[in-house]
Design a protein around this ligand. Structure first.
Ligand SMILES: NC(=O)c1ccc[n+]([C@@H]2O[C@H](COP(=O)([O-])OP(=O)(O)OC[C@H]3O[C@@H](n4cnc5c(N)ncnc54)[C@H](O)[C@@H]3O)[C@@H](O)[C@H]2O)c1
Length: 497
């Protein structure tokens, strides 16, 4: 999955100075007469695909409007959807299928005009809510903060336009307490200001577990869900809506007592995962020092059902969620629930994970020595195997550290043609990359194409080089073959070098 390389050029953006798209919206509503309207706020990795899922709902025919901001960074997504090009390309064929079907039914429209909220029966909030991190010179997490201003502004926009009987479903990962303490008062204030009743609107929270990748659509539509409302009527309204888009014959809907609980569930889920990864870090160092293979050890332990998700060593944690969710939780504990305590273990987990690329770099230098004169190829820049998401990828700091030594660097990724955060193009053709005649090859993402026999053959046709596998990609047989020609080190394996 990748963000398609902005199919509309900046010059073609033509962001209108007057943010009035109302005629097009009225026409869209007219064309979809008789259908309920779902408005998705935020057309990012979650919202854009959620809009597709709603446009292809299971038991209801919705008119779906996606709303994003009229900024240079995001306006192209709106134009792209309306021009018939979905703004994410994914290795899930259902994405194209669902988009084609929405185009045929003409039930998906995108806009920057908040007037869209006026027509919504249901508004789904899928915008970002970021954590601001500060690091010390050793890259330890020094402090962090959560600024709710952007999120509050988004909810205010909804409140200024929405109907008094709307259902607002927050999917954004929020600091626990946000629906009750932030969203509800804003909506009530705006409805009151417009002289509307407060009795009819419904407000709930149901967090996304979406996994961009080959099961993108199914990870929304066929994946267990947790939900809650701020009161019973809201919980019932959320449940009724979810049942129209989630395939409950394949997955469960779990109702919790209150939005505080679902909000905590989301950040606990991700904190558990982040801590599990952080736990593997010091054991990787121990295994390297002790000259043993931590992968083999973890595999042996994983046979025990209670320990089946013990994590392997790795280059680090990336993506939008695991790098921030434990911090959202800790922030909320203090600022929404008045505790004097942090969630110290969870914060430490994030900090340890943030340092993983630095451990990876130190190990690289420890094993291979001075790399300043080397030509280095990185295989993979995304944060996860077979996915093209580069947000907060741990490969980025590792590349920076290698670059600082003076080494020359070339980057490959089969899923990323353009690295937005680094503003650079990425080579997608592996033959071109290998023709660069590298001295050092860093396996930095677990893309399955790198394990194919054709890639092993290509590696074997190169001159004798150094290979640094930071993700434990190769199996024993492949390692044995590669070792006949190359010098190999695998992060977390002290038995190899
Ligand atoms: N990406 C994932 O895999 C994933 C998985 C589970 C949950 N989540 C959660 O879902 C939420 C959204 O994540 P994402 O990955 O889609 O983020 P994203 O940054 O890709 O997209 C967010 C979009 O919201 C838009 N936006 C911001 N303010 C807006 C406003 N006022 N009005 C309209 N649009 C606005 C942004 O321009 C952007 O396009 C986050 O809370 C995230 O933690 C993400």
């Amino acid at each position: 999955m990748e963000v398609s390389k902005n199919p509309i050029t900046l010059e073609e953006h033509n962001i209108p100075s007057e943010l009035d798209n109302s005629n097009e919206i009225i026409e869209f509503i007219r064309q979809n007469k008789g259908k309920k309207t779902v408005v998705v706020q935020g057309l990012g990795f979650v919202g854009a695909v959620m809009a597709l899922v709603c446009a292809n709902a299971l038991t209801e025919e919705y008119a779906v409007i996606g709303v994003d901001l009229p900024s240079e960074k995001t306006f192209w997504k709106i134009k792209s959807i309306n021009n018939g090009i979905f703004p994410l390309t994914a290795d899930d064929p259902k994405i194209a299928e669902f988009f084609e079907s929405a185009k045929e039914k003409r039930n998906l429209f995108a806009t920057y005009d908040p007037i869209a909220y006026k027509y919504a029966d249901v508004i789904i909030v899928d915008i970002n809510l970021d954590v601001q991190k500060e690091f010390d010179e050793k890259k330890f997490l020094k402090s962090f903060d959560v600024n709710l201003d952007g999120f509050k502004a988004a909810i205010e926009t909804i409140g200024r336009h929405c109907r008094e009987d709307v259902l607002i479903l927050v999917e954004t990962t929020v600091p626990p307490g946000t629906c009750e303490q932030v969203v509800r008062p804003i909506i009530e204030k705006e409805l009151t200001r417009r002289g509307l009743t407060l009795k009819k609107f419904r407000l709930g929270h149901s967090y996304e577990r979406v996994m961009p990748g080959p099961q993108y659509i199914d990870s929304i539509r066929e994946f267990p869900r947790v939900y809650a409302g701020v009161d019973k009527c809201s919980s019932d309204a959320v449940e009724s809506f979810l049942k129209t888009i989630i395939d409950i014959s394949k997955c469960a809907l779990t109702r919790l007592d209150h939005t505080n609980a679902t909000e905590i569930a989301k950040v606990l889920e991700n904190s558990y995962r982040a801590l599990n990864i952080a736990f593997a870090v010091e054991w990787s160092r121990f295994a390297e020092e002790a000259g043993v293979d931590l992968y083999a050890i973890v595999n042996a332990i994983r046979d025990r059902p209670t320990h089946a998700n013990l994590m392997y060593p790795g280059i680090g944690v990336g993506g939008y969620c695991l790098t921030k969710d434990p911090l959202l939780a800790s922030w909320a504990r203090k600022y929404h629930f008045g505790s004097k305590s942090d969630l110290a273990m969870s914060i430490n987990g994030v900090s340890v994970n943030d340092q993983m690329p630095f451990f990876a770099f130190n190990r690289l230098v420890e094993v291979f020595g001075d790399i300043s004169e080397k030509k280095v190829v990185f295989l993979g820049v995304s944060y996860r195997g077979d996915v093209g998401d580069t947000r907060y990828t741990p490969v980025e700091p590792l590349i920076e550290l290698v670059r600082k030594t003076g080494a020359s660097i070339v980057l490959h990724d089969p899923f990323v043609s353009f690295w937005e955060e680094q503003n650079c193009t990425i080579e997608m053709n592996i033959n071109t990359i290998f023709s660069y005649d590298p001295d050092l090859i860093v396996i930095s993402a677990g893309h399955s194409m790198y394990t194919k026999q054709s890639t092993i053959n290509k590696l074997m046709s190169l001159k004798s080089s150094l290979i640094y596998d930071t993700v434990g990609l190769f199996n024993e047989e492949q390692l044995t073959i590669l070792q006949t020609k190359h010098k190999i080190s695998v992060l977390g394996r002290g038995d190899l070098i």
